[in-house]
Write a new protein. Structure first.
Length: 171
């Protein structure tokens, strides 16, 4: 079974109106949550097409940041701070350039292209003491068996993986 994923045009247009940006990607903070993408230009796959654009990659990263911040906030106390540092991301699927140039913007998602997320995290209290921490290397080899309600989101697989991690580690 082949699933086709595309970056939403409206999200791409929205990012175009946000002006210039630096691909170094500063940490995104929201109260007591910080999400950092360390050297995203070295990540295995955060491409928006066979010939990736910086704007597309930034849109993917910002989409993941916003998702994480919204999901973890209920699990973090007001006197705590969660920091997540991504060191590698390999999105589900890949671009099969052998199909021809008309397929350059279509991510083919099938079981031979599993998603992979590598990150470290820690929760510190108001005194700066580490409450909980860990390093994660998550690869979901059965990702194509997941029951996902919102398949219109191009990152629904990665977000489902992160939801599972949040539930089991931050609950």
């Amino acid at each position: 079974m082949i699933y086709l994923k595309k970056i939403g045009l409206s999200l791409l247009l929205l990012s175009a109106f946000n002006g210039c940006y630096n691909i170094a990607i500063p940490p995104k903070t929201h109260g007591h949550v910080e999400v950092v993408f360390e050297n995203p230009d070295h990540f295995t796959d955060i491409k928006d097409s066979a010939l990736p654009t910086e704007k597309g990659q930034l849109e993917i990263i910002n989409n993941l940041k916003e998702f994480i911040i919204n999901e973890v906030n209920p699990y973090i106390n007001d006197n705590q701070k969660l920091t997540i540092i991504f060191t590698d991301i390999d999105l589900a699927g890949d671009f099969e350039t052998w199909r021809g140039p008309e397929w350059d913007n279509v991510r083919i998602v099938k079981s031979i292209y599993p998603p992979h997320l590598c990150f470290s995290w820690q929760i510190v209290d108001s005194a700066g003491l580490v409450v909980k921490k860990g390093t994660e290397d998550i690869r979901d080899l059965a990702f194509d068996m997941r029951v996902t309600l919102d398949k219109s989101d191009s990152l629904h697989i990665e977000k489902d993986m992160l939801k599972d991690w949040i539930f089991y580690h931050l609950k």
